[in-house]
Design a binder for this molecule. Sequence first.
Ligand SMILES: [Zn+2]
Length: 355
Amino acid sequence: MVEGIETCENIDAQAGVEYYNGILLPDLVDAHCHLELSYLRDAIPQGGGFTAFARDMGRVRDIADRTEKLRAAEDADRALWHQGVGAVGDVGNGSLTFGIKRRSPVAYLNFVELFGLAVGDAGTLIPVMTDGIGTGMRCVVTPHSTYSLQDAAFRSAVGYGPCNRPLSIHFMESPAERELFEGCGSLYEWYGKRGLEIDFAGYGSPARRITSAVPADRDILLVHNCCVTEEDVDIILSHFTGRVTWVLCPRSNRYISRMEPPVELLRRKGVNIAVGTDSLASNTSLDMVAELRALGNVPLEELLDWVTLNGAMALGLGERFAGFEKGSASGAVLLSGVDWDSMALTDASRTERIF
Ligand SMILES: [Zn+2]
């Protein structure tokens, strides 16, 4: 009961009560974003496939100057806040957006990402971590993926810490990731053309690489999961005692490769699912409701857990954001445009922050 309200009868008529037509939610959580890439909206064509996208990212990274990059990131931060996002798992390679995040009402967990087959170890990220932690930001070093770091670099990113914070690893976004470990596929061929050799194929698969290198009690977000099999899920679940969250970014998958995440497999396995927008390099907007619509025919109640409770728990913010309990730091978000007969989202569904 809200303070000052004595009874639920005729609640609309009572002083201090405002009526909204929709579903009232706690803050939404975007479990996977790259705010610093917001300037890349429309820079890479859709549907070119995963390896072409990775190649294009290298080509377009310098198309904007610092001011343009900051303006785009600031706009994206504001758009997230106004639609009701209160916390973000945000991946970054540098400290460009730290100032924006410090001023933002959104709570960011910064995944400072180690990336690149030529990178030796996570020591290269010390300046970014020092800048972030020194100015009061929540930061943790994480490996980018199982295909983009040699063995020692991957392990050093896992061990850098702070180890009481989760890792966030891009995982099984395309068939090429598994094929790389088998000596075939588009990533393997691209690396070959650039004269790059990998030293981690001996792990056998991306899932085995993760379970070999990440301590069992570490919390982890696995992002994308388009090509995971039931065997991959079992390998991961049988290793980890820490919280594993399977983060789905369906509109980014469509944008890059026209692929869909295996929603029904993950639901059947009963795993923790959360949702991310990914970046504007591979999405036309950062819109959590649009992500939910793209996940298909899933009961609304379940979808809403994925974008609230599960996202908050994945980022270690469960107590702050999981609901309206006393002591919660969450605001209130209105989901409108729901079809009340089928209890499903419609094309008109949207969220907005009430406070
Ligand atoms: Zn990503």
